[in-house]
Design a protein around this ligand. Sequence first.
Ligand code: 1CP
Length: 319
Amino acid sequence: MRQAGRSLPEYRALRAGTAMLDACLDPEMASEITLQPVRRHDVDAAIFFSDIVVPLRLAGVDVEIKPGVGPVMGAPVRTAADVAALRDLGPLTPERLAPVTEGVARTVAGLGSTPLIGFAGAPFTLAAYLVEGGPSRDHLAARTLMHADPETWTALTSWTAEVTGAFLRAQVLAGASAAQLFDSWAGSLSLADYTAHVAPASAHALSAIADLDVRRVHFGTGTSELLVAMRDVGADVVGVDHRLPLDEANRRLGGRTPLQGNIDPALLGAPWPVLEAHVRDVVARGQQAPGHVVNLGHGVPPDTDPEVLTRLVGLVHSL
Ligand code: 1CP
């Protein structure tokens, strides 16, 4: 459950006075925050407390996560010279990745037999933040650059693929048992643009862990039309948001790909009988796929009552 921690009082207490990215780069704090929702909710796996922009910060990019906003860049990246400057920052060496490696190792030790999911942002979603300079509604500047200057676009997404691939690989080498690639904003793309301008970079990012024995999950929101293309860049499992029922997602994927999803986060605030009926429906539809990892279609809203999440996990276990 992405960003489940935000709804927990113990998370807010621990984070008080520490900037988001500083918390991510403090191995002891990142590990404790990762463990909190596992202890409380009895979920079957943990997702590492970090963020998709952590590798950008470690590479030397001027990026911050502003409360209530999200990732914000000191300056947008829009020209060939801007991309060349990123390259001049040098590769993400094991020394630079040490806070991540240490955080994962501590977390894996603390989790015992519960597996840890490592993750990274996909090259397009990271490039969208870099080009826009921060969160945006329709990623217009990024989509313009991809057509106006395809060479610069390719150079940029090759760079984001390298740093995000290094971030993902470091987590798996440090003990993560599965790897998830988040292309949260790929839903703003047509299938043609995804295939021509994004898929090669996502395949490049996933190739960073191709030699390691972990399953790869690939997730986006609004990606109902992209599911097959997203699997075909090298994923074992496809994440589905709340927009597409899992039986239909399974049909589109030819009945041969395990799915992850897709409880609607909005229903966490609905009366329990409404949420329960929805969860039962999601689980029943997921049963048609060759495998199903039950989770939310997107992140946990910060104002979610943690007791609802605990009850939901209990319901899924009972099913
Ligand atoms: O539950 C967890 O804490 C897991 C760790 C985790 C993950 C997997 C965090 C911590 N972030 C992410 C991934 C992430 N970060 C994605 C991909 C998944 C998704 O679509 O949600 C994205 C797009 C981001 C970027 C980001 N970071 C946003 C979205 C902003 C936007 O453009 O709309 C936000 C709000 C953050 C901050 C953040 N990251 C994580 C947490 C717990 C928080 C909130 C910090 C806080 O308020 O305390």
